[in-house]
Design a protein around this ligand. Structure first.
Ligand SMILES: Cc1cc2nc3c(=O)[nH]c(=O)nc-3n(C[C@H](O)[C@H](O)[C@H](O)COP(=O)(O)OP(=O)(O)OC[C@H]3O[C@@H](n4cnc5c(N)ncnc54)[C@H](O)[C@@H]3O)c2cc1C
Ligand SMILES: Cc1cc2nc3c(=O)[nH]c(=O)nc-3n(C[C@H](O)[C@H](O)[C@H](O)COP(=O)(O)O)c2cc1C
Length: 492
């Protein structure tokens, strides 16, 4: 116990401290002794500043990692919340406590699709607007792209411009990120502890390994691809079509389990100059339970007119279109945790024109195989019904066997005016709303621009009309669905 003089000195010291300094002192004392008196730990923990974790993700890696970080930070006695940045503006970033941002990079050095508005808001914020913010950034990326971790790098720069203080140097991880993140998590927790005056606590890196949803090892990154062989290749378009879309079945011997919603990354062989090409992704159109040991792809041959009038082709789609049965190729699984099938009894609405239909072939095969009780509704579109109706015979078979419950088709060049999937959705507005209100999930796959934006606008119009909501309230309704994993996009 303290004597009178010590008590007076302590009181004088405490009277002169700010609340933050008192918190620091509490942690410092804990660090010195290594323990607190009974009952005091909870108080000290709850006195630690709040930690805000924000993630910007497209395929779910940053989200999984944010959950691991949250667990560790919570374990160290902090109050902590983890949220996507999807609906945030710069002004929603709290200036108290500590903020940790996890951001992946997509497109060509861009933020994930769902984080674009947040990034725009941060870019447009005035200098100094976030003075007081204490933050750290983690970036996930892939060094085979020209701009490595562009989104995370930009975010750190912008938040600094806004007056934020970096509490830990940004970590930028390549595709083998899972090997490095346990250490990063423990370092981050140590930084937070130190800044909160908790010098005694230490965190074991081992206990924060990646969650099991993230598979690592052979076949899961471009660094460790697997070999496959073309078992079957066929052009799905008929003779009059302006398009060539190849259904390609690849068989492989290595065990590479994938899930519906994943994509395959195709490794291109080195060209004559030995220049390495970025792998290209293709949605997997097969289902693990229906096509064991195989992945199926739906590849549109990309073409353009050269200056001399001749046709040029996209590198990877041409490489795949030219494949013959028996040819070897290298690929890996690009997991997409944000585009998964729901529980078997949930209805699904799938909107996938063109090659966007690929994952939905996988979904319907998988649900048919499992005998899932949820209903499946497909919106598909392309140019002409007679030559561009991809997988027509299979959809008809699925309809006949009740594996597919509804299909709505939009062939844009069969009528005087162009009809797209979003027009068909509008015609079905009432029933779509009934499915949505009954708990259905909406999936959109295919061209980001303009298709996915037009589909989103239409969904908002449908919700506004059917529920008598303002456009803003309808947009919120759809955003709520997104947060509840009920409105999912895989667009490119
Ligand atoms: C998650 C994801 C899933 C995907 N799923 C699918 C899928 O299921 N099916 C599918 O077909 N695609 C899919 N893609 C797109 C695919 O990854 C490729 O981007 C696409 O096949 C084009 O690649 P490429 O190598 O053939 O073309 P690239 O060589 O990369 O060229 C890109 C485009 O530019 C054009 N181009 C190239 N050079 C020139 C030039 N000099 N002048 C003018 N134009 C030029 C090409 O014609 C092409 O349209 C997906 C993409 C992502 C990100
Ligand atoms: C279509 C596509 C484009 C990508 N573009 C980039 C890029 O430009 N720069 C980069 O560093 N990483 C890029 N990546 C790699 C991703 O950032 C990486 O896979 C990351 O782990 C994804 O994290 P997420 O699941 O949280 O979105 C790209 C990935 C995909 C699928």
């Amino acid at each position: 116990m303290l004597n009178n003089e010590q008590q007076r000195l302590l009181q004088t010291l405490l009277d002169g401290l700010t609340p933050e300094q008192r918190i620091w002192l509490a942690g410092y004392m804990q660090g010195l002794t290594g323990k607190l008196p009974d009952g005091a730990g909870a108080d000290a923990a709850s006195n630690k500043p709040e930690v805000h974790i924000f993630y910007a993700t497209e395929t779910g890696n940053s989200k999984s990692l944010s959950l691991s970080l949250m667990k560790a930070v919570k374990g160290a006695g902090f109050k902590v919340k983890s949220n996507p940045v999807n609906r945030m503006k710069f002004s929603d970033i709290p200036k108290d406590g500590f903020s940790i941002f996890l951001a992946s990079t997509h497109g060509e050095g861009d933020p994930p699709e769902s984080a674009v508005k947040f990034f725009e808001s941060v870019r447009g914020a005035p200098d100094g607007a976030l003075a007081g913010l204490q933050f750290a950034v983690l970036g996930l990326g892939d060094k085979s792209y020209q701009i490595f971790c562009g989104a995370a790098t930009e975010l750190e720069k912008e938040l600094t411009r806004l007056g934020g203080t970096v509490i830990q140097e940004a970590a930028l991880f390549d595709v083998d990120y899972a090997a490095h993140t346990p250490k990063w998590i423990s370092q981050t927790v140590e930084t937070l502890n130190k800044l909160s005056g908790d010098t005694g606590a230490s965190v074991s890196a081992v206990s924060f390994a990646e969650p099991s949803a993230v598979r690592t090892g052979k076949g899961y990154t471009r660094l460790e691809p697997v070999s496959g062989r073309v078992k079957h290749i066929v052009n799905l378009n008929d003779i009059d079509s302006r398009k060539q879309t190849y259904h390609i079945e690849i068989e492989y011997e290595d065990s590479v389990p994938y899930s519906c919603g994943d994509a395959a990354g195709i490794i291109l062989p080195l060209d004559a100059e030995g220049k390495e090409q970025t792998p290209r992704l293709y949605s997997i159109a097969s289902a693990p339970s229906a096509h064991e040991g195989e992945v199926h792809l739906t590849v549109a041959l990309a073409s353009y007119k050269k200056e001399d009038g001749s046709l040029g082709y996209g590198v990877c789609s041409k490489y795949l279109a030219d494949m013959k049965e028996g040819d070897a190729l290298q690929f890996y699984i690009h997991q997409n945790q944000m585009f998964r099938l729901p529980p078997d009894d949930t209805d699904i609405i799938m909107i996938g024109p063109g090659t966007g239909v690929a994952p939905f072939r996988s979904f319907v095969f998988e649900r048919a195989e499992r005998g899932a009780s949820g209903r499946n509704w497909l919106f598909f579109g392309d140019q002409h019904a007679h030559c561009d109706f991809l997988y027509q015979a299979e959809w008809q078979e699925f309809l006949a066997t009740d594996a597919l419950h509804k299909i709505d088709l939009a062939f844009s060049r069969d009528t005087d005016h162009k009809v797209y999937v979003q027009h068909r959705m509008k015609e079905r507005a009432k029933e779509l709303m009934e499915w949505i209100e009954g708990g259905a999930r909406i999936y959109v796959c295919g061209a980001k621009d303009p298709m996915s934006h037009d589909v989103e606008k239409t969904l908002i119009e449908i919700i506004a009309m059917q529920k008598s909501l303002s456009p803003e309230a309808a947009a919120d309704y759809l955003a709520d669905m997104g947060e509840a994993d009920r409105y999912l996009k895989d667009v490119y």
